[in-house]
Design a protein around this ligand. Structure first.
Ligand code: AMP
Length: 281
């Protein structure tokens, strides 16, 4: 496994791959790897001749009061985990390499970036689509792998790829969870022991909601009522949003039918966690 920091060097490797007709799978991450990230790698290794993982904590997707500076980083550990999982190349550029002085260009998907996480994190998705578009241009993958954990991110990136005629396939990978159901996240390390225990309410309430729907309740109001009640039953949980939307356009639905996304964002202390289930997918 090689670690490459320069865009120029990575492009040279990609060029050689293309010349040899070898397919490139791409797994973009912000590092501090866990089993969720590695499950994406596994899919990429299975499907492609070469797997490139980016590790880049992207400043443009963090708000001014967010955790860019203290976002967990551990390159040595990440390198070991990535290599064991079968990554061929880690692309780990500096912020200067990605955004040199005088940088001016941003990619923005409208409307669907203003709801759910976009409401409480204005500018977040503009940063995400910008960095992902740049990374796609550098890596030129045939396939790129993203986790269902960040459901809105998937919808937004798929829209960008379609609208900008980008020549790659976006593959959605299932959410990997801890044994008690908590969705794995690099941010889980911020949680105190008490908050960690409390955070299980997210997956618990979502699975209950899923069961309610599978048992025949299709009214949004009823499903929502249950979710609010259950999450509120945990004193440490502060709800940012609970939304029931169509997973393609993120518009609210009144009746849970096909492709309905139940998504929640909840704060435990200063840590904001997200989780979701897709019903009738
Ligand atoms: P991040 O490093 O948090 O930006 O995540 C990088 C990629 O890993 C994104 O596509 C995430 O959706 C995905 N990911 C993060 N956590 C999980 C998880 N628990 N299960 C599956 N994919 C995940």
């Amino acid at each position: 496994m090689r670690v490459i920091e320069c865009i120029k060097d990575l492009k040279a490797v990609v060029r050689t791959q293309k010349r040899q007709n070898r397919s490139v799978g791409f797994v973009p991450t912000m590092g501090y790897l866990h089993e969720g990230h590695l499950s994406l790698v596994k899919m990429s290794v299975r499907d492609n001749d070469m797997t490139i993982m980016s590790i880049f904590v992207n400043p443009t997707q963090f708000g001014a009061n967010e955790d860019f500076d203290k976002y967990p980083r551990d390159m040595d550990r990440d390198m070991k985990l990535a290599e064991m999982a079968g990554v061929d190349i880690i692309f780990a550029p500096t912020v200067k390499e990605m955004y040199p002085d005088g940088y001016k260009t941003y990619v923005e998907v409208e409307d669907i970036t203003k709801v759910l996480c976009g409401k409480s994190r204005p500018g977040h998705f503009r940063g995400v689509t910008t960095v992902v578009a740049k990374l796609f241009n550098i890596v030129e993958p045939e396939k790129a792998y993203f986790g269902q954990k960040d459901a809105q991110q998937i919808t937004v990136i798929k829209k960008m790829v379609k609208d900008l005629h980008m020549n790659l396939e976006v593959i959605t990978c299932p959410i990997i969870r801890e044994e008690d159901g908590l969705a794995m996240s690099s941010r889980n390390v911020y949680l105190s022991n008490e908050e960690r225990k409390a955070a299980v309410i997210l997956s618990k309430s979502l699975f209950e909601a899923e069961k309610i729907v599978l048992d025949g309740e299709k009214r949004k109001s009823k499903v929502m009522e249950h979710l609010v009640k259950r999450i509120h039953s945990e004193p440490l949980a502060k709800i940012d949003y609970i939304e029931i939307v169509d997973s393609d356009d993120l518009k609210e639905v009144e009746v849970l039918e096909k492709n309905t996304l139940i998504a929640v964002a909840v704060k435990f202390g200063n840590t904001r966690l997200i989780d979701n289930v897709l019903v009738g997918g």
